[in-house]
Write a protein that binds this ligand. Structure first.
Ligand code: NAD
Length: 361
């Protein structure tokens, strides 16, 4: 198979970690008989330095022409970098918002996986972390409170601010379908999270999710109120498979779920549109404090590449091969600095990439 992948190395550690992901993908190509066609584009600070803007129309066109986009990270040190003296719409992050919009990415996936070997980094009690967990938080990305009408006005001499939370049934249906499709590739359980005891938008959410569930008889659906979900994520995270929720709830719950894994350098993510197209990137930022030192952990980006194989190319065996290589390397005791613990072997960013590529079977 020919895989046409646009890469955005970006800023900070971005180029280092994307390089390692390409190395691992090329090995997957060799072992499984696929050709990886990578085209790099500039975004964020790297694009500002060359073109004066964080994203050009040509770069968007290149991304659109690909089957999927693999990104490192963008942005610099927000207190010292000259990029942050520019107006907000010219700063590195504006490029990310613009590409998400241009590619119509409405579904955000953030897996939170606790690897047995890294359980020491989990802030939960041992009796909870011992059970392990593997959760996929699916967050609606383009609707809800963050995109509704907002205003601040003075009413009878008192300042009053209003934000509106709106969803229509089509917006809910398309993310629900994605959620159930993804559950079919996993343990076939969806927990739909809402606040249906209070909010109309949540009651519509629940109704539409139930309609969609009828097309997926193999998937178990449960509903959970968001406040309960926040508690359950720290009480018994092993109960969750796919957590399906709206924009703001997902923003908060995905950060909570990733924190309980304790390892920022291990967290992948994806944003999808209503075709197979997606943008895949680590959950962490560009880590300017360690950029250029070859010490970043490339695993989050490499696991994002595995998600790309699974969700944009339906190459499940190949995605498994990458995820198994990560488990294997951790079991053998290799660690980058951020996840280092006593008795393990500390390796550099490119050494971690080599170790993973060697273990692709
Ligand atoms: P960060 O995630 O870049 O770094 C937080 C801490 O985690 C730092 O100490 C860093 O060294 C460490 N870290 C992060 N990733 C690591 C890795 N792979 N290996 C080892 N250590 C790692 O967050 P920040 O410092 O708040 O932000 C830095 C820049 O990144 C800012 O410009 C911010 O806007 C940007 N950012 C971009 C994205 C994105 O591109 N999607 C996301 C978040 C932040």
């Amino acid at each position: 198979m020919q895989l046409n992948i646009t890469c955005i190395p970006g800023d900070g550690i971005g180029p280092e970690i994307v390089n390692e992901a390409k190395k691992v993908l090329n090995k997957v190509g060799q072992v499984y008989g696929h050709t990886m066609n990578f085209t790099d584009i500039l975004m964020g600070g790297a694009s500002i330095d060359v073109h004066g803007v964080p994203l050009t129309e040509e770069a968007v066109a290149t991304a659109k022409a690909a089957d999927a986009v693999l990104m490192g990270s963008i942005g610099g040190d927000t207190t010292t970098s000259p990029w942050y003296k520019l107006p907000p719409n010219k700063r590195p992050e504006a490029g990310l918002l613009a590409i998400r919009k241009a590619l119509n990415l409405f579904a955000n996936l953030r897996p939170a996986v606790l690897y047995h070997e890294l359980a020491g980094a989990c802030p939960l009690k041992e009796e909870i972390s011992d059970k392990g967990f593997d959760i996929m938080i699916m967050r609606e990305l383009t609707g809800g409170l963050y995109f509704g009408e907002r205003k601040t006005e003075e009413v009878n001499g008192v300042l009053k601010a209003t934000d509106t939370l709106t969803y229509d049934e089509n917006e809910i249906r398309r993310i629900a379908i994605k959620g159930f499709d993804i559950a079919m590739k996993r343990r076939k359980k969806v927990t739909s999270v809402d606040k249906a005891n209070v909010l109309d938008s949540s009651r519509l959410w629940r109704k539409v999710v139930e309609e969609v569930a009828k097309d997926y008889p193999e998937v178990t659906l449960e509903h959970m109120l968001v406040d309960n979900c926040a508690m359950q994520l720290v009480k018994d995270p092993s109960q969750f498979d796919v957590v399906l929720t709206e924009n703001m709830f997902g923003d908060i719950l995905s950060d909570e779920a990733s924190m309980v894994t304790g390892s920022i350098g291990m967290l992948a993510s994806a944003s999808l549109n209503d075709t197979k197209f997606g943008l895949y990137e680590p959950s962490h930022g560009s880590a300017p404090d360690i950029a250029g030192k070859n010490i970043a952990n490339p695993i989050a980006t490499i696991l994002s590449a595995a998600m790309m194989l699974r969700y944009s190319f339906d190459l499940d065996k190949e995605a498994d091969a990458i995820e198994n290589a990560v488990k294997q390397v951790l079991k053998e005791g290799y660690r980058t600095g951020d996840i280092m613990s006593e008795g393990c072997t500390k390796v550099l960013c490119d050494e971690m990439g080599n170790l993973l590529a060697e273990r692709i079977k």
